[in-house]
Design a protein around this ligand. Structure first.
Ligand code: ATP
Ligand code: MG
Length: 397
């Protein structure tokens, strides 16, 4: 009996032990599983947080305007550029995008993108702020769409500048070429032409050819300046006064021919700037050449140097025809000429001041004009002075 009881007790103990071992094992497995799941969830949460932070940062820093819209067409998130481009009202989150933005192509783009998954694209020529916008609508993987808005005004402006530039270049090339062609054809048609006429025609051809050469040289200079940007070519300290004196000396015969008095004022030496001599010569040459060209006989042109606010200042002052305030703003544009016919007669291409501006900007300086119509003009250039030349080799004339 006792053996039976013992056996039963033993069986019970074994059974209990087996049960508790199984339970313990199950519990421990569940604990392990849950612990593992917890660790996994924590990792997933951390990575989701990082992703979200990254997305928010990307959204905020993106140059495009970005608007995330949920499956019901309501705004979930947007970045500052989107608020600006789409003129979103304050607290737009949660509102329907279509109610906030009046763009006609938007509703169908949102609908099509959501329904078909095909990205949609449309352009707005001028939004209320007068900008050109390009809008892309894309479906998101789960649901909802993202609207990306790009401000294409700058691109459009550049495109139109490029078109104008090409039209201008073609026109400037066409005129001398047509003249040359005309003279050549006349000479071919009349082989017995008197020598004096032939010589006159050849002179004209030579002048037009010279014009074409100048034009192409100016275009090449501008294109080089555009390519170089802020990168310096070989630039050594050189004395600005020396370059101005040389240039004024070179242009003295032209001033004499046009009966314009040409003078130079300012300190002798001591104005060191970092520049490439040829480029600087071209800057000073263009300004003094213009001053002489656009000042009638009996007028005065003065190139004066000074140190102003720690910078070298060159002013080219004339008593010539002057410029209206409208023209003062535009004379530095490529091909801009107040009086096209007059400038062309004087051999100008309208690229001189554009070259001056680009060169001076590349040297870290500034350029401008003060003028009154009929009362003369002052074109000025400032350049950074070289503070301490030390033992650095310099560019002597
Ligand atoms: N000192 C000045 N006084 C009055 N008008 C000027 C003066 N300098 C320039 N301008 C005006 O600005 C225009 C542009 O000048 P810019 O030097 O770029 O061209 P340009 O002298 O006509 O030709 P280029 O310099 O290529 O030979 C001139 O055509 C002229 O109308
Ligand atoms: Mg000029």
């Amino acid at each position: 009996m006792s053996a039976d009881i013992e056996l039963a007790a033993l069986a019970t103990t074994v059974a209990l032990a087996t049960i508790s071992a199984a339970t313990a094992w199950r519990w421990s497995r569940r604990w392990r599983d849950e612990n593992g799941r917890r660790t996994q969830l924590t990792a997933e949460l951390a990575s989701a947080r990082t992703e979200a932070a990254r997305a928010v940062a990307a959204l905020a820093g993106a140059s495009d305007g970005l608007i995330v819209v949920d499956g019901n067409g309501r705004i979930v998130a947007c970045n500052p550029n989107a608020v600006d481009f789409a003129q979103l009202p304050p607290l737009a989150n949660g509102r329907r995008l279509q109610d906030c933005v009046p763009w006609a192509p938007l509703p169908s783009a949102l609908e099509l993108a959501a329904a078909t998954g095909e990205p949609q694209y449309f352009e707005l020529e001028a939004d209320p702020a007068g900008r050109a916008l390009a809008v892309r609508v894309r479906r998101l993987p789960d649901q909802g769409v993202v609207v990306a808005i790009d401000d294409t005004s700058r691109l459009k402006k550049l495109e139109s500048l490029r078109r104008d530039f090409i039209a201008n270049v073609s026109h400037e090339l066409k005129t001398p070429l047509a003249a040359i062609q005309g003279f050549v054809e006349t000479m071919q048609d009349d082989l017995e032409m008197p020598t004096t006429t032939r010589v006159r025609f050849l002179d004209r051809i030579a002048r037009q050819t010279e014009r074409l050469t100048t034009l192409v040289a100016d275009l090449l200079t501008l294109s080089r300046l555009d390519d170089e940007g802020d990168q310096a070519r070989e630039r050594r300290p050189l004395e600005l006064g020396g370059v101005v004196r040389e240039t004024v000396r070179d242009l003295a015969p032209l001033a004499e021919k046009r009966q314009v008095r040409l003078a130079l004022a300012g300190p002798e030496g001591g104005m060191w700037v970092r520049a490439d001599r040829e480029a600087l010569r071209q800057v000073v040459g263009n300004l003094v050449d213009n001053a002489i060209k656009y000042t009638g006989a009996g007028g005065d042109v003065r190139a004066q140097l000074a140190i102003d606010d720690g910078r070298a200042l060159l002013e080219v002052v004339d008593t010539g025809i002057g410029l209206s305030s409208e023209d003062q703003e535009r004379v530095f544009e490529r091909f801009y000429r107040v009086d096209r016919a007059r400038s062309r007669d004087l051999g100008g291409t309208g690229l001189g001041l554009a070259i001056v501006k680009n060169t001076v900007k590349g040297l870290g300086g500034e350029v401008g004009v003060r003028s009154r119509l009929g009362a003369g003009s002052t074109f000025w250039v400032t350049l950074p002075l070289v503070a301490d030349r030390g033992d650095e080799p310099f560019d002597a004339p």
